[in-house]
Design a protein around this ligand. Structure first.
Ligand code: CO
Length: 137
């Protein structure tokens, strides 16, 4: 079951200045921002809570990860929408029966949460992530 939008992610060149931009825009406290390094994805991610959802800012670690490639192709901008579910595996299987293809197997994303991405070809050219938040949804 999909419960809500967990976060909307934006690819950025410089995480610290992007955090400043979004903290100012949202009028929130910088102490609410959490930062995770995800070496497997070659990315540093900042999460800024806003109500029940979050803005995720993604900065590449190195020159050859998926976010580095995205930035060199598109520049900074919207990257993906993440949907919270209590069962990433079950949802990936459910949508697979609808011919929506997962990009690889579910794996550990920022904060060790289980995630999987769906192929944008099958989702109106929007990259969609399923994420299984820890604790209560
Ligand atoms: Co995400």
């Amino acid at each position: 079951m999909i419960h809500r939008i967990d976060h909307i992610a934006i690819a950025v060149e410089h995480l610290d200045s992007a955090i400043d931009t979004w903290v100012n825009l949202l009028g929130c406290d910088r102490s609410t921002v959490t930062i995770h390094e995800v070496p497997s994805e070659k990315v540093r991610a900042a999460f800024i809570p806003i109500g029940e959802t979050k803005i995720e800012l993604l900065e590449p670690l190195g020159d050859d990860g998926p976010i580095a490639k995205f930035l060199s192709k598109n520049g900074a901008g919207m990257h993906h929408i993440a949907l919270a579910t209590d069962g990433v595996d079950a949802e990936a299987k459910r949508v697979s029966a609808l011919d929506i293809t997962s990009l690889g197997e579910p794996s550990a994303g920022a904060g060790g949460k289980k995630i999987v991405f769906l192929h944008p070809r099958d989702t109106s050219r929007v990259l969609v992530e399923f994420v299984e938040p820890k604790g209560t949804l």
